[in-house]
Design a protein around this ligand. Structure first.
Ligand SMILES: *[C@@H]1O[C@H](CO)[C@@H](O)[C@H](O)[C@H]1NC(C)=O
Ligand SMILES: *[C@@H]1O[C@H](CO)[C@@H](O)[C@H](O)[C@H]1NC(C)=O
Ligand SMILES: *[C@@H]1O[C@H](CO)[C@@H](O)[C@H](O)[C@H]1NC(C)=O
Ligand SMILES: *[C@@H]1O[C@H](CO)[C@@H](O)[C@H](O)[C@H]1NC(C)=O
Ligand SMILES: *[C@@H]1O[C@H](CO)[C@@H](O)[C@H](O)[C@H]1NC(C)=O
Ligand SMILES: *[C@@H]1O[C@H](CO)[C@@H](O)[C@H](O)[C@H]1NC(C)=O
Ligand SMILES: *[C@@H]1O[C@H](CO)[C@@H](O)[C@H](O)[C@H]1NC(C)=O
Ligand SMILES: *[C@@H]1O[C@H](CO)[C@@H](O)[C@H](O)[C@H]1NC(C)=O
Length: 804
């Protein structure tokens, strides 16, 4: 009966909706028609709306005619007709004139904006807001020929189906222009345009100066923004290169989320998607991403490496050096670039002794003045470059062939704006023979990931032993441990027979209960779910017991006892009344204020102690692998204890499914190499760095942009204090200046710990003779300083150990 009713209701709705549409809103404006006041045009399926909107205070409102996403009328206006001539009241009218021009008139009838799309004869013109968001004017009497479209006049937004680029017949350009401010759509300082000279490159300009490049189009994507390859299921990108036009655009795939690309008024490029569930726009890409995206930062023949925090990112290409005597002065402003050490030896008859060295994984340099030939292969490219004395470098122009890239781009004067980037391309740099013959120090290369390690990296484990002195196969020894003895009956009583009211946490493989023993002791009881009781699950239980039984440290949560009777697998830990660190550092202002400056430093030191102990424990090393604030518990005195049970991820199914994998890798905390399945102690160092930065800033490290990039930015700008969470209570003494320099020191450590390359990160506890009496974090600090001072980057890598 009920089903029938709902069926009928659906039918009614279905019948009603087109009528409602036809009666209420239309998507077309006929000749002589107008819209005014609150009237709108709405595209066929309702995705886009055109109408009047306003900005400004009530006594000084400015009215505009624009088009927006119907789902978010206020923050996704992507086209504005009268951006430079706002109306002062609500009396504006948009009219389609007899001759096919859209005219926006103010209350007095004055035209403030016109599409200028006139035709001679007044046949049947029509304006329509299409389901793509494009407003078009067509001559219906002439086969619907297009007279004008809003997509040809972009504002700050690139939508699916729009394009940026150049019409080569008439020289007209399509580009995006930022708004002046969030409430002023008149043209702002930034433009996003396609550089069509050389290889097409998507530029961000401030005035006439390039400030950021996406990198040359390589047939697949812009070479400096490989992130976009991560959302190929959302959009299809395309580059049109024809005699009449060079343009770039994208189209959304059917059924996917709404998306838009925006140049913001503060000079950022932002790709946003609409989240249906939370009803908000989320950013999935923002450029510039890091200091190395700053155009020409390291000058001609310089190379920017975002992981070289201490040398301020810049170095010279092999065979080049910086012209100043002090390299630290140079790196502070490297835009002057580098000089060639040894001149090339080449005569244009084709004789040369020069050769090439490959610079791997880069965003290709600016190709504005480069020579491009799509029809030759790499071998011919090399030959031509070598034969032309002006040619300083070459690279593949089209990588669609995969391992056999094609096309040829040759740089004839400068190498500018070169940086390392994930999935970057190879650049072949011309050098004199004597430079090529020189012994070049081997750069530490991260070995290819062995498949077994890769598999392990994905498996749901929380503790992993690097080495053990005694066999791990003997498993749990006895059902008692420490001074707490119990049996299953006692545990059941302590947890109200594992009642729901005692649950304090639940993960995929275990549930955590609060339990109270007869002697008054309060504990956390972690119980393996029956579904996780596989052979693998049992082995991992044994491993946790075995590992935890052997680690005893004030900064690690203590395992009090365990139970493995029948099909029960239970671990009993000390109970932490203040729960976990994340609740405070990311909490409400009142929660944040509970952890003052000293508490936070103590917590950082404590975590450093704990991790250092794990890494260099008395007889074995342990990688935690999932360090994050929710795994740092706080005792009654706000002292940290490293744990795992908030996420209860110890146990494994034999066949972990995809949803489990996303739990294992905690986004924001997992180091880049760990995401590739490569696991070392340095994974924990990375996570520790993130925890440090988050604890001081109260900002999360998101998957795209977060506390790491903020910290880098502030550190570079010498504004450490700006990173500190303003709700953190500061002590009356020492003075702010001391806090500031202390903070700076911590941020520096954090940044060193989150470097991309594991070998660049410091160890948690390198022993330095003068610092032996200091806590681990201080040793870490001391180590960092001595590393910098004495041996540059090499020392850090000597302590690295690999699991095999
Ligand atoms: C707009 O159209 C309405 C009828 O649809 C008409 O009464 C009104 O005069 C028009 N306004 C203008 C400014 O053309
Ligand atoms: C509107 O939606 C319907 C059903 O989803 C679809 O078949 C139709 O193509 C859409 N119309 C336009 C103009 O996109
Ligand atoms: C339309 O033409 C007028 C006069 O030539 C010009 O001032 C105005 O900028 C043009 N409008 C657009 C949208 O191009
Ligand atoms: C940019 O260049 C154009 C053409 O060369 C010039 O007219 C304009 O004034 C320049 N703008 C700025 C902000 O320098
Ligand atoms: C989002 O919600 C709208 C309306 O409920 C629906 O039409 C659309 O298909 C949804 N889009 C996605 C990607 O789920
Ligand atoms: C950096 O150096 C260049 C010359 O090498 C100079 O033109 C520029 O103004 C300097 N920039 C800053 C911020 O000092
Ligand atoms: C291209 O050549 C022009 C003129 O020589 C020069 O001003 C400009 O800096 C060059 N651009 C690049 C990217 O090398
Ligand atoms: C070298 O290449 C440049 C740019 O393509 C060209 O103008 C010049 O004629 C070439 N020189 C020789 C000797 O081929």
């Amino acid at each position: 009966m009920e089903a029938k009713w709902s069926h009928l209701l659906n039918l009614l709705l279905l019948l009603l909706s087109p009528i409602a549409f036809a009666a209420g809103v239309a998507d077309t404006l006929g000749k002589g028609g107008n819209i005014t006041g609150d009237e709108t045009l709405v595209s066929a399926n309702g995705t886009f709306t055109m109408g009047f909107f306003s900005f400004g205070a009530s006594n000084n409102k400015r009215y505009y005619l624009g088009i927006w996403f119907s789902v978010s009328p206020h923050d996704a206006i992507f086209w504005v007709a009268n951006s430079e001539r706002p109306l002062s009241d609500k009396t504006g009218t948009l009219v389609l004139s007899d001759t096919g021009s859209l005219l926006l008139r103010d209350g007095s009838g004055q035209v403030v904006w016109s599409s200028n799309s006139t035709i001679a004869s007044s046949s049947s013109v029509e304006a329509q807001l299409l389901e793509t968001g494009n407003l078009v004017v067509r001559d219906q009497g002439n086969g619907g020929v297009l007279l004008w479209q809003s997509f040809d006049h972009p504002s700050n937004t690139l939508l699916s189906g729009m394009k940026v680029g150049k019409n080569l017949w008439n020289g007209a350009e399509w580009y995006l222009t930022s708004w002046c401010s969030p409430e002023d759509p008149s043209p702002g300082a930034y433009r996003r345009k396609l550089d069509t000279s050389g290889l097409p490159d998507f530029l961000l300009l401030q005035g006439n100066a390039t400030i950021y490049r996406s990198g040359p189009w390589n047939g697949v994507s812009f070479s400096g923004a490989p992130e976009v390859l991560g959302y190929t299921e959302l959009v299809t990108r395309s580059m049109t290169i024809s005699p009449g036009e060079i343009s770039y655009g994208y189209t959304s795939k059917p059924g996917t989320a709404l998306t838009r690309l925006v140049v913001t008024d503060d000079g950022k490029v932002n790709r946003l998607v609409w989240y249906n569930s939370s009803h908000e726009w989320g950013s999935i890409f923002e450029g510039p991403r890091d200091p190395c995206d700053e155009y020409g930062k390291c000058g001609a023949f310089g190379l920017c490496d975002p992981s070289l925090v201490l040398s301020l990112f810049c170095s010279c290409l092999r065979g080049f050096s910086n012209p100043t005597s002090s390299s630290s002065a140079w790196s502070r402003n490297a835009s002057g670039g580098c000089r060639r050490n040894v001149g090339l030896w080449c005569s244009n008859g084709g004789t040369t002794t020069d050769g090439f060295v490959v610079v791997k994984k880069v965003k290709l340099p600016d190709t504005h003045n480069a020579t491009v030939d799509m029809d030759i292969n790499m071998k011919e490219c090399r030959r031509r470059c070598r034969a032309n004395c002006s040619c300083v470098a070459y690279a593949a122009a089209d990588i669609r062939g995969g391992s056999v890239p094609g096309g040829c781009v040759m740089w004839m004067d400068n190498i500018l704006d070169l940086r390392y980037v994930d999935q970057g391309q190879d650049l072949y740099l011309r050098l004199a023979k004597s430079e090529l013959d020189k012994e070049f120090p081997l750069v530490a290369v991260v070995a290819p990931v062995a498949s077994t390690v890769a598999a392990l990296g994905l498996v749901v484990l929380i503790w992993w032993r690097i080495k053990t002195k005694h066999s791990a196969s003997d498993g749990p020894r006895s059902p008692t441990m420490g001074d707490c003895s119990f049996d299953l009956t006692t545990v059941k009583m302590a947890t109200g027979d594992f009642s729901q009211s005692h649950v304090i946490g639940e993960g995929g493989f275990a549930v955590v209960y609060k339990g109270e023993f007869p002697d008054g002791r309060i504990v956390a009881v972690k119980r393996l779910k029956q579904s996780a009781l596989t052979d693998k699950g049992k082995r991992d239980f044994s491993r946790e017991v075995d590992v935890m039984a052997n680690v005893r440290h004030g900064k690690l949560l203590r395992l009090l006892a365990y139970c493995n009777e029948g099909s029960e697998r239970i671990l009993i830990y000390a109970f932490m009344p203040n729960k976990s660190l994340d609740l405070y550092i990311f909490g409400e202002p009142s929660d944040r204020a509970r952890l003052n400056w000293r508490h936070r430093l103590d917590i950082i030191h404590g975590v450093a102690h704990g991790v250092a102990y794990l890494h260099q424990g008395s007889d074995e090393s342990v990688v935690h692998r999932d360090l994050k604030p929710s795994n740092v518990l706080l005792d009654d005195n706000w002292k940290p204890k490293i744990a795992d049970f908030n996420t209860a991820k110890l146990f494994i199914n034999d066949q972990p499914d995809q949803s489990d994998l996303t739990i294992v890798v905690s986004p924001g905390y997992a180091s880049p190499e760990y995401l590739q399945g490569d696991m070392t102690l340095k994974c924990d160092v990375y996570s520790f760095g993130v925890i440090l930065l988050e604890t001081l800033s109260g900002q999360r490290n998101g998957p795209t942009k977060g506390v790491i990039s903020n910290a880098r930015e502030f550190w570079q700008q010498d504004r450490a204090m700006a990173l500190l969470d303003p709700t953190v209570p500061l002590p009356l003494s020492p003075p702010d200046s001391e806090i500031s320099s202390e903070l700076e020191r911590y941020i520096k450590i954090g940044l060193l710990c989150v470097q991309e390359a594991p070998e660049d990160r410091p160890d948690m506890s390198a022993h330095h003779p003068e610092l032996r009496h200091q806590p681990a974090a201080a040793r870490c600090i001391g180590h960092i300083y001595s590393t910098i001072a004495e041996r540059g980057r090499s020392l850090a890598s000597t302590c690295m150990r690999r699991i095999s």
